[in-house]
Design a protein around this ligand. Structure first.
Ligand code: ATP
Ligand code: MG
Length: 293
């Protein structure tokens, strides 16, 4: 993450081949002075500022954590980055693409490149669709693979996300899977689109604690092996350490702290970050050295 205003100094797209990862050019994501206000209902016409003048850059292949308490604006930022909401002010660019200007075909291609993984894997999956159908559909729709090629690709993707052997999972419906397995299906479906950036909004908070570390390690592995960028949204600062190298702390829509994840966790400066750290009680805590405070 680069301290901003970053727009003018955005890093150029990197050819990931240089680092030995798959040959793809992933562009930087630049969030430049973004504000989002919503009109509130009621007799008085007030507004709520969900995101307030936020700037950051995710360099190609980097992983950034966005942390903050409930209502701090994390999901609103995610929605603007994925193009489902427009900023009230400021701009979001992914390489040459100005996200808020996208329409129809451009937005469709952007949705292929920027994939979202949601908090609730059950709600994110159609209960009537098998795993095979769920993962093969984007292979056919976005990548134009034939049904036979998509079938092979589903096997590969299920292996990648640890649902092995694939033929044991392909015919299953969501209710026949555990929460962690469902989230792996959601991740396989995201990967099917060959994305450049994954935005994961609290991807483990609804899972049993025993499954959380496995999903986080999977996200870390995918980022490393595929060279894709990751925005990991969470309340849990210690979980952020498993997958990210940079962290941005939001409070009431504003950035209150940013820096290298390990450094911020060990030497938090802002009172709000310190409070968030004090509130952490996760399974990772036992595996990680406690913050030096
Ligand atoms: N569509 C909307 N209309 C009005 N207010 C909204 C809307 N979406 C979000 N907000 C408000 O914006 C603020 C930020 O919400 P947001 O969902 O981004 O928080 P969050 O950090 O993701 O919280 P959580 O951790 O609970 O998911 C909140 O005060 C919320 O009530
Ligand atoms: Mg949220």
């Amino acid at each position: 993450m680069t301290a901003d205003p970053a727009a003018s100094q955005a890093p150029a797209p990197v050819d990931i081949r240089q680092s030995g990862a798959p040959s793809r050019a992933v562009p930087p994501l630049v969030v430049d002075s973004v504000t989002k206000t919503y009109a509130t209902r009621g007799r008085r016409r007030n507004t709520v500022t969900a995101v307030d003048d936020v700037s950051f850059t995710i360099a190609p292949g980097a992983a950034m954590a966005l942390v903050g308490a409930s209502g701090s604006g994390k999901s609103t930022l995610a929605k603007m980055i994925t193009g489902s909401e427009r900023p009230s002010r400021g701009s979001i660019r992914f390489g040459d693409t100005a996200v808020e200007r996208l329409r129809a075909g451009g937005l469709r291609e952007y949705h292929r490149r920027v994939q979202m993984v949601f908090q609730d894997p059950y709600g994110a999956l159609n209960p009537l669709h098998t795993v095979e159908y769920t993962v093969s559909r984007p292979c056919q729709n976005f990548l134009g693979l034939s049904a036979a090629k998509a079938h092979d690709r589903v096997d590969e993707l299920l292996e990648t996300v640890g649902l092995t052997p694939p033929d044991q999972f392909a015919a299953k419906l969501p209710h026949q899977l555990s929460g962690g397995q469902r989230q792996r299906v959601v991740i396989a479906r995201a990967l099917a689109c060959e994305p450049d950036l994954i935005v994961a909004d609290e991807p483990v908070s609804m899972l049993d604690v025993s499954m959380r570390a496995g999903i986080l390690r999977l996200l870390a592995k995918l980022r490393e092996e595929r060279g894709l960028s990751l925005l990991y949204i969470t309340h849990d600062l210690l979980g952020a350490r498993v997958v990210t190298d940079e962290i941005l702390v939001l409070n009431h829509g504003r950035v209150v702290e940013r820096g290298q994840t390990k450094h911020v966790l060990q030497h938090p400066e802002d009172d709000y970050t310190i409070k968030l750290l004090d509130a952490v009680a996760t399974p990772y805590a036992a595996q990680e050295s406690p913050p030096a405070r």
